[in-house]
Design a binder for this molecule. Sequence first.
Ligand code: NAD
Length: 371
Amino acid sequence: VVIGVLSSKNPAERRTPMVPDVAKKLRAQGAEIVMQRGAGAGAYLSEADFPDVQWVDTADEVLARADMLWTVSPPDEATLAQLRPGSTVLGLLAPYGSADRARELAQKNITAFAMELLPRISRAQSMDILSSQGAAAGYQCVLIAAAFCPKFFPMLTYAAGTIRPARVLVIGAGVAGLQAIATAKRLGAMVEGYDVRPETKEQVESLGAKFVDTGVSAAGTGGYARELTEEEKAQQAVKLGKAIAQADVLITTAAVPGKRAPLIVTDEMVRGMKPGAVVVDMAAETGGNVAGTLPNQDVWVGGVRIIGPVNLPSNMPVHASEMFSKNLFNFISPFIKDGALVLDDTDEVLTGATLTANGEVKHPGVKQALG
Ligand code: NAD
């Protein structure tokens, strides 16, 4: 099997799906790797770092040879058009993002594995790109907030007295939120966490943060949350409103797969926050958890700064790429035998992550969502 990697056309995407260690292991399994000059540069990797890779100048050359394309983001129109019929694509493919893209992948008989669809089961943890990149994003959120917060995060004793620690509230305690809580704790803040899945209470508390109990529980399927009813939203708003009003920093990470991010923090709640408070809305790209958030912008609502970062893992491309690449390797390497790709359609993890195969959109949830 020939594995292809393109260089990023988007300067804001600095991650690469292939790192030298993984290339070496793939070579040992008999795979060939073809990369476009410039791939990896965003993560400070040069051609000399990849002794196991063949380098070519253009995307055309990669796509003409690749049986399998590894990618950190969905292929654009031009790349889609050039993918070889019958080939395989593997990476983050934003499966719910575009019905046209899914249809085109199917029409071209591409086997597309969207790592967003990976089943969240124990065996698949080492392949879980949403988790590895979510951890990077959660960590970054806190650093951004700390940089803009007009207060110290930790308690500080100085010659003239004592500074009280900043109060940080994290809404959404999945992988990113828990990493945000852990990071804010390490910086010494007083941290509170909140989520609608009841099992998160213990996880939040085990990190030394306080859980905000709203009495709303909304566990959905596959370990994810479901959308809240109007009544539940109202109940959540009352309890959360108090915690939000006291926070110096609010970090929101709430998501429901395949849906717009839940709007949890209303304009009224933002206006009730302390002047100087900083909000980092990690859900900015999927609509935002906070009223007024704009992706990739800072918005001021009264004295409150709302930051809507996008693609946070790209800000730490070295470790984000390393994790990404290892996750992809763990997913596909069991199916590379003597250099050939031998897929097994009885494998629960492989089939779970299949967006398209055999000319069809396979994933039932995506099929339904895209209509
Ligand atoms: P996610 O990114 O889909 O959502 C982030 C968080 O937002 C979730 O914790 C969700 O419960 C929460 N949320 C949704 N609606 C909300 C609302 N209205 N108010 C407050 N919070 C809301 O989730 P994720 O971080 O990708 O993880 C989802 C689950 O999968 C977690 O339980 C995680 O531990 C689990 N998981 C399991 C494995 C595994 O076993 N292989 C791997 C990774 C994650």
